[in-house]
Design a protein. Structure first.
Length: 109
């Protein structure tokens, strides 16, 4: 039996609007824009990297911003959601920050 994967180096997703993607992850969530490269399979497409200040494995979230990309459908082995953890005492701060940016917020027990 193969060994289970115990962590992720990074997650890659697709964004339909490059500027909106950049603004959300840097200005709303406060992530560092680590770097921009190009997609080797599609040299006309950027590859944006966001993460913590050190670019630590497990903190990197990357995007291929493709204009007019439509919402995908789930397939085998695909991630259906990503989440960030924050200290419990900062939940009110994040709730206000996200609501102020027009992001829906839902608290779960």
């Amino acid at each position: 039996m193969p060994k289970p994967i115990v962590g992720l180096h990074h997650v890659t997703a697709i964004a339909s609007d490059p500027q909106r993607n950049l603004d959300f992850y840097t200005e709303v969530l406060g992530l560092r824009f680590v770097k921009a490269t190009i997609n080797f399979d599609d040299p006309g497409t950027y590859h944006f990297y966001f993460g913590d200040d050190a670019g630590s494995p497990g903190t990197i979230l990357t995007f291929f911003p493709w204009h007019h990309a439509t919402r995908g459908s789930l397939g085998v082995g695909e991630t259906s959601a990503t989440a960030f953890s924050v200290p419990h005492q900062s939940l009110e701060f994040w709730e206000k920050r996200l609501l102020g940016a027009g992001v829906p917020v839902e608290r779960k027990a």
